[in-house]
Design a protein around this ligand. Structure first.
Ligand SMILES: Cc1cc2nc3c(=O)[nH]c(=O)nc-3n(C[C@H](O)[C@H](O)[C@H](O)COP(=O)(O)OP(=O)(O)OC[C@H]3O[C@@H](n4cnc5c(N)ncnc54)[C@H](O)[C@@H]3O)c2cc1C
Length: 455
């Protein structure tokens, strides 16, 4: 059986189910299976009979220890630039590297792009403006916002000096469009689990997926996992931090609140802020300060947060005037803010805000949450590990002191560090040098050509 599923086949399958629905509509007054359930017209065949996977290298129980044997891994793909993590930083990094001329591969553990921005339902784009209202996030981040603006119901409050809010599905859609237009090589449902090392140089990463454990070889790797999974696996130094972990949700029917009845009782908590969908708000959650790398903690929070959100909405529905409010959804992804932060060649510090002198290796400019202060420059060194070569960090795991981390991790600032890491990775891969040796003026020139703002 041919395992490749091309566009023509895909259209045929979509059309087949659409046609089935259409026929059912024409032929009967009751709802057909195609409209309310499965579309029918299934096809299934046996790919291999009586299969037992060969070349396994199972972990062995030796006494009470579990030992993992050495084994050869299949090489799934080779690329110039490998971006691990398809969040706001990773997608922008991959697009920037591709536009700079590199062959790029983007790998993501889930089935969609956007990371916390979309899967975490963090819909409010904070941090792209500074005192006076200037927008410092330009380049590909701004292009994404402009493209969202052209879609119906995709973005609100998109005006100079204001923080816009997006619809998660619109953002997922635009990111898919941009990734496909750029013809990026993409692997979804692939979890980066190890770094492939040659001394202190990273040469790619190992991924775990339904296809098993496979390797992707690369000239340069960008760690855009948010949690610095790759940089940790490569042996780069980082700071392990705790932070608040919450779970974002959306509530609906807020346009059907009976305002007169609602005046009789105190406003319920957890009503959130508006989204592009009328009557639907996104509800942020702070959550407790925990170690976002501890799987037992993450599991406990996921369970507790889901229970809390449901019960809170039920309580809300008992408040006079709010009876019609309902829970639209809880975010598929837990809201982990900060875990591993790279120990970089340089570190973004609080003193960088409003710094009067221009830093020589500036690769971007970050902003404030509500334009409450001026810009801060992002040095290229904040993306570079001290010791490990051919590796760059992007997004919320770049090198930043504690007091700056809550600014650095904001979505537009992740766009900006992603943009810089992507171009730098492409330049290093194409010039055959280590990222720490890239020609800074060339990197800055390409970033400006791609409309990034460097101050
Ligand atoms: C609850 C909460 C509220 C927030 N509120 C705001 C706000 O109002 N405004 C704002 O601007 N910012 C806000 N933030 C911050 C912002 O959402 C994030 O910091 C930002 O989206 C991070 O982007 P990123 O690309 O660096 O990381 P992420 O969005 O975490 O993306 C990382 C991507 O890598 C993938 N990945 C992770 N590990 C692996 C692996 N090992 N292999 C393969 N793929 C992997 C993930 O699935 C994900 O797609 C909030 C964050 C949280 C948690």
């Amino acid at each position: 059986m041919n395992s490749s599923f091309d566009r023509r086949q895909w259209l045929r399958y979509v059309w087949a189910s659409g046609a089935a629905a259409g026929l059912a509509r024409l032929g009967a007054s009751d709802c057909s299976a195609a409209e309310v359930g499965e579309p029918g017209g299934f096809q299934s065949s046996i790919i291999a009979k009586s299969k037992i996977d060969a070349n396994r290298a199972n972990a062995r129980l030796v006494g009470d220890r579990v030992i993992q044997p050495e084994r050869q891994l299949p090489v799934l793909h080779r690329t110039d630039v490998l971006v691990v993590g398809g969040g706001s930083a990773g997608v922008v990094a991959a697009l920037a590297a591709r536009r700079a001329g590199a062959d790029v591969t983007l790998v993501e553990r889930y089935g969609h792009f956007g990371g916390l921005w979309t899967g975490g339902l963090v819909l409010l784009i904070l941090g792209h403006i500074v005192k006076g209202g200037k927008q410092v996030c330009q380049g590909i981040g701004e292009e994404i916002m402009r493209r969202l603006e052209k879609l119906d119901g995709a973005i609100i409050n998109r005006r100079p000096g204001v923080n816009p809010t997006v619809d998660a599905e619109a953002a997922k859609y635009i990111l898919v469009e941009m990734v496909m237009e750029a013809k990026l090589k993409v692997f979804l449902h692939c979890w980066g689990v190890d770094a492939i090392m040659d001394g202190d140089s990273i040469r790619g990463a190992v991924f775990e997926s339904k296809s098993g454990r496979q390797a992707i070889l690369a000239k340069v790797v960008v760690d855009a996992t948010g949690d610095g999974d790759v940089l940790a696996a490569a042996g780069a130094e980082y700071e392990h931090r705790s932070h608040n972990v919450g779970l974002v949700s959306r509530v609906g029917n807020l346009d059907r609140v009976d305002k007169q009845a609602a005046q009789q009782s105190p406003k319920p908590r957890g009503l959130g802020g508006p989204t592009p969908v009328p009557g639907v708000n996104w509800v942020n959650m702070l959550g407790p300060e925990v170690d976002g790398l501890d799987i037992e903690v993450l599991t406990r929070l996921e369970l507790n947060h889901r229970r809390f959100i449901w019960q809170n909405v039920q309580k809300m529905r008992k408040t006079p005037g709010y009876e019609k409010v309902y829970l639209v959804e809880t975010a598929p992804q837990l809201g982990v803010r900060i875990t591993r932060v790279l120990a970089g060649v340089k570190t973004i510090t609080r003193n960088d805000i409003d710094a009067p002198t221009k830093i020589p290796d500036v690769v971007g400019v970050g902003g404030a949450s509500h334009a409450e202060h001026g810009p801060w420059q992002i040095p290229y060194g904040a993306l570079l590990p001290v010791k490990i070569d051919n590796l760059l960090a992007a997004g919320r795991c770049v090198s930043a002191e504690m007091r700056m981390a809550d600014l650095v991790r904001l979505i537009p600032n992740c766009f900006v560090t992603g943009h810089a890491a992507g171009v730098a990775a492409a330049v290093a891969a194409m010039d055959g040098c280590r990222p720490r040796d890239v020609d800074i003026s060339k990197l800055q020139r390409i970033l400006r050509e791609q409309e990034a703002y460097l101050g």
